[in-house]
Design a protein around this ligand. Structure first.
Ligand code: ATP
Ligand code: ZN
Length: 224
């Protein structure tokens, strides 16, 4: 990566892409977007965008491959816990919580299933894309349940007989309902964070960084 230009990792295509680009645009950072491009150079500032899957963003920042990242706290915390377990570098600086990408990670059960308390999860298999967050929660609650890792189609797992319950991201709950599931317990609330690599930036990058942060704060204030 460049020594002079600030590199920002953001989601290539998905729920966070539009808002991430919108934020940078509102800060006056201009670029010619090419849908297919991995790397996009700003035409107005010494800033490069790296467009990747959201799951890759925390690791790119923690490994110091990029300077900044825009990512959901669900993905960030999961990667942190995973790296902690594997004794890999998991440090980063939390710069700002941003006002988009709001969702919650919740445990949901088939609608017909009785649920009175967390203890009712004992012995169940729970499908999730976030096994570390789920396991941490179960441990804190002292409940013995098993997580089943699925990277997609989590909400169909119970009907397919792969699991008894799910632990999945929810914003409105419509997807759960459409799959015969009822949200029972929120285990994590998430929004997007702007994160920075743990080590010092070069003077040139730090200067760009200070300008960018001041503008982000301005944009956030104007929205309130
Ligand atoms: P990618 O191809 O980048 O891996 P993805 O399918 O994992 O994409 P998206 O569905 O685009 O990811 O979601 C990206 C992020 O958006 C989530 O990790 C979460 O932080 C946030 N988000 C907000 N609302 C929701 C929701 N209802 N369901 C899923 N994610 C949501
Ligand atoms: Zn993803």
């Amino acid at each position: 990566m460049s020594k002079q230009r600030l590199t920002i990792a953001l989601q290539k295509s998905g729920r966070l892409s539009k808002e991430s680009i919108k934020l940078l645009s509102a800060c006056g950072v201009k670029f010619n977007m090419h849908e297919a491009r991995l790397m996009v150079h700003s035409t107005s500032h010494p800033i490069d965008l790296l467009r990747v899957r959201d799951d890759d963003i925390p690791g790119l920042v923690m490994d110091g491959v990029v300077d900044l990242g825009l990512v959901g706290e669900n993905v960030l915390e999961e990667e942190c816990l995973e790296r902690q377990m594997r004794q890999q570098a998991n440090e980063y600086r939390s710069l700002r919580r941003l006002d988009f990408g709001h969702c919650r990670l919740s445990i949901a059960l088939p609608t017909e299933q009785q649920f009175n308390s967390i203890e009712d999860l004992a012995g169940l298999k729970i499908a999730t894309t976030y096994p570390r967050l789920l396991e941490r929660y179960l441990q804190e609650q002292g409940v013995n349940a098993k997580s089943v890792m699925l990277t997609g189609s989590v909400e169909v797992a119970p009907r397919a007989g792969l699991a008894d319950a799910v632990c999945d991201l929810v914003s409105t709950g419509a997807t759960l309902e459409a799959n015969g599931l009822r949200e029972q317990q929120v285990i994590f609330r998430s929004q997007v964070q702007l994160i920075q690599r743990a080590d010092e930036l070069s003077a040139a990058k730090q200067q760009m960084m200070d300008t960018l942060l001041a503008r982000i704060d301005g944009v956030q204030l104007a929205k309130e």
